[in-house]
Design a binder for this molecule. Sequence first.
Ligand code: NAD
Length: 273
Amino acid sequence: MNNRVALITGAGRRGGIGAAIALTLAQRGAHIVISDICATQTELLAVNNPAWEELQNVAREIETCGGRALALRADVTDADSVQAMVERVRAEFGRLDILVNNAGIAISPGPVVFMPDEAWRKTLDVNATGTFLCCKYALPLMLDGERGGRVINIASIASERPKPNMAAYAASKAAVVALTRSLAQEVAMFNITVNALLPGDVETALKQWGVQLEADAKGLTYDEVYVGQIARIPLGRFAQPQDVAHMVAWLASDNANFITGQAFAVTGGREWT
Ligand code: NAD
C-alpha cells in the first residue's frame, strides 16, 4: 500500500476499531488521514466522543510507522464538514485511494415504543447518512486519480441479525449494507470496490458500554454478562479491533481486486440469537 492514501472516519479513540484500522494500514505503508467529531473540553463529560488531543495522539502513533498522518476534526453528519475534510485531503495529498467509513454510534437502546424520535433520527443520521455523505463527497477525489480505489464500510452483524431493543442501530447498519451493495455497482466501472464488514462483539469502549447495559437490565454483574456472551462465540473470545482491521487491510489490498458489493461477518462464528 506504499503511497496510497487512506481516510478513516471515527478514528479518534485509542483502543477503538478506527484507530486499529489506521495503524494497520499505516504499517502496510499507507499514508493516513484520521478524522473524528471530537468532543471539546467542556463537552467531554457530557458526550461519549474522544477529545481532539486523543485523535492527535492516534496520529502521532501512526507516524511512528513511518508514513504521514493527518488528524482532522469532522462531523460525518454535516455535509459542509465532510466536504472540508475531503478538500484538506486533496490539498495535503492530492489523492484518495481508500475510504473507511467507521464513525458510528449506538444510543438509547430500548423498545421501539419507548424510543425517543430524536434517538432514532440521530442514529440513522450518524451511521447511515454519515456513510452516505462521506461516499458522496470523497468519491470524486478517488475518481480523479483514475487509479481505482476502495470503500470499506463498517456496518454490524446487527444489520442481518438484529437483537431486540436495538432497532435504530440495526436499521441504520442495514442501510449501510444496502448502500454498499448499490454503490458497488455504480462505481465498479471505475475499478473502485465497495464492501462492508459486519463485526459482532468487538472489545472496545462501545462494547463495554453494551455489556454494562445488559448487566443493568438483567440485574447481573458485568462479568456474568461478559462470560455469558463469550460462551456464545464459537471461537471463544470477543474480537479485538485488530481482527476487524486485518479484514479491512485485506479488502484494501490488491488481493481483493475482484471482491465488491459484499458484506463479511467478523463474528468468531457466532450465530445470533
Ligand atoms: P467507538 O465509539 O470507539 O468509535 C466510534 C467513533 O465514531 C468515536 O470515536 C466517535 O467519536 C465517532 N463519531 C461518532 N459520531 C460521529 C460523527 N457525527 N462524526 C464523526 N465521528 C463520529 O466505537 P467502536 O467500537 O470502535 O466502533 C467503530 C465502528 O464499529 C462503529 O461504526 C460501530 O457501530 C461498529 N461496530 C462496533 C462493534 C463493537 O462491538 N464494538 C460491533 C459492530 C460494529
